[in-house]
Design a protein around this ligand. Sequence first.
Ligand code: DGJ
Length: 704
Amino acid sequence: MIHLRNGGTSLVIDPTTPGLPTIVHWGHDLGDAAQADLDGLALAAEPQRVSGGLDVPARLTLLPLDAAGWLGTPGLEGHRSGRVFSPSFALSTVEHGPSTATITAVDDHGALTLVVELEVSDAGLVRQRLSLTNTGPDDYSLLALAATFPLPAQATEIMDTTGRHLRERSPQRRALTVGTHLRESRKGRPGADATLLLAAGTPGFGFERGQVHAVHVAWSGNHRLAAERTVTAESALTAGELLAPGEVDLAPGATYSTPWVLGSWGDGLTELSARFHTELRSRPRHPQRPRPVTLNTWEAVYFDHDLATLTALAERAAAVGVERFVLDDGWFLGRRDDTAGLGDWTVDPAVWPHGLTPLVETVTGLGMEFGLWVEPEMVNLDSDLARAHPGWILQPGGRLPVEGRQQHVLNLADPDAYAHVFESLDALLVEHPISYLKWDHNRELTSAGDARTGRATVHEHTLALYRLLDELHARHPALEIESCASGGARVDLGILERTDRVWTSDCIDPLERLDNQRYTGLLVPPELLGAHVGGPRSHSTHRTHDLDLRAGVAFFGHLGIEWDLTTVDDDQLAALGRWVEAHKQARDLLHTGRVVHADLPVATADLRGVVAQDRSRALYAYTQTATSLTYPAGRVHLPGLDPDASYRVRLAAPTAALAGPGQSPLRWASDGARSTGRALGTTGIQAPVLYPEELVLLEATVIG
Ligand code: DGJ
């Protein structure tokens, strides 16, 4: 038996099962288990032969196939002009260390070699990647290759997220019954409706309770995630790239590798999510310096670029403590609205007669960094680029795809198109001190083919995008990039290997953001989640909210402002400045600590927070999302503290003065109350009486 252990996770693989090896345990660390105990674990997992079934009971192997009796969805689908439709692999070699294994299997008849790489990371995540090599004399057409993560029998409820533009990451749950729950992206990007995680756990699992397992595909193109349960009482999460017909035809000797698929587990979603956060924080290019408070010009001025207005905005931004000023869409040739200009990445002299330099100098002179919006993969037909190179547009051959936001996508797999995009971006970065690119992507890919061959090319295009980002980083090592795709339509660990922030949603209504940030945050740690304070009236929902709610919800992420500050009065500016200052004081905690969410018994309140890794302090936000039935609302618990330590808990600035309709002062709020982490995490504290859609910050500091 192979026992991989790391980061509190054990993965036990039985290499002796018919067909290919089988994972017989994924989850709790089994300790330094004796080989005999592992043998017993594997033996105890063997199923019986049953009436009506095959003579060899099927196993959910690392690549379940019908050749070994598996009659659920196969892990591999493909053919050689119709032949080799049922590959059959024999185990060839198994190499493993304490936390990694490489398993090779060969189908001599089908002339295919499979390599499965498995790793249990320091964060306790299981990483899995499959590679298939064509060792035959003719092409092998690959249709599907997926990684398999078996689920424990208790995992009978699944949770994923769906959504749309302006409402990404809405959770949905259902029972994991016999059959397949399939989530696919066919958009050339994960999509606003994409689930970042497909999770399955014990019924009713929440953030604080219930064992739960989940997988994620680290890939920015098309993908497929499934939760499948069979009548043989096996269930699994499977994941891989979704391939179009003919997209991957393996020539003799060629290899296809799946993206990395990551599996996490926890007793509750908080633990599951913390593994992803730890993993991301250990990336070589994870931001090491404090996340600069950002002002983005989009909702302040939209396409209405004017040096005098933007200069005034920059001055106001600097005055409230902004550290990075990002000029959004509208600065380049012909871009007066969203119908023209994409592809022509030179400054439009009609609006910027002296170029960007005067604004850049104002911004940097005020002590802020300068950032710029780009949408490098896209092209409007109304652009010099499209007129000169119509063949660079992704298309199925003979016709253009249906338009989205009046635009098309450039085929980055075409070396000439790639060189144009790289050189345009490089020229901008060389000419101006741009420390940050907001990299947008505002249409879904449809009929995405290569005009030169007429073949589907999302796979090659996605790899070329990664090369482009890598090459830009190599030439401009200090450059930071934000992944934006009409908000949160491209959030995945493939793009996050190469970017430093995601634009979580175009909707910055704080009430909407509570769910959006909670569920995007299952995968992405707060320091990478773009979270902005908008104007009083949300542009996307037309709801109006006080500054404390807008700022308090954005406070925990990578804080920004997207509000026309030239229209804001001095009192509001001063209040905004206090929030910015409070964020700067707290961001070392907010951006390194452990994110927690309380499973509250009511839907009218929300409590979330960040606890320092050494549990010496924590900051929580308590939000009254709607009127509560009970009045006062009752007690609320503070998760994540050290049960054996004592803490002082009180309201934190800038919300220390309660605005709610309480009739008498809440003594703990002003004086502070002392209690143990165990009591605070279970019995809790009396929640302040708040008006609906109000928020307060609470802090807990260890005593002694
Ligand atoms: C979509 C983005 O999500 C917005 O923030 C903004 O950058 C617009 N595109 C600009 O066109």
